[in-house]
Design a protein. Structure first.
Length: 92
């Protein structure tokens, strides 16, 4: 998989912003088939930083109501990447 196929987008939430500032951890929405090694390589290639640790989660999709009954958003994968203490990613 190419690096831009592995990482779909960075997650910018209140909790993710706090972790980026205090613990140097950044969260990304990634492809569900991506492994931790592929995620590590993709972040290193795209942002030119050193990755120390990668943690992944499969997030369950949520149910919502429609005119015709219930529907569900798809499951997705979240990767939290801890960087070397000297490195930073500028998302904005």
């Amino acid at each position: 998989m190419h690096a831009t196929q592995v990482i779909k987008k960075p997650l910018v939430t209140e909790k993710c912003t706090w972790e980026a500032d205090s613990r140097n951890r950044y969260s990304f929405k990634v492809d569900r088939r991506a492994t931790k090694t592929q995620i590590r390589r993709a972040v290193t290639e795209i942002y030119k930083v050193r990755v120390v640790k990668v943690a992944t989660q499969i997030r369950k999709g949520k149910y919502f109501r429609t005119k015709f009954g219930q529907a569900k958003t798809g499951n997705w994968k979240r990767a939290t990447v801890q960087l070397h203490s000297d490195d930073r990613i500028e998302l904005f």
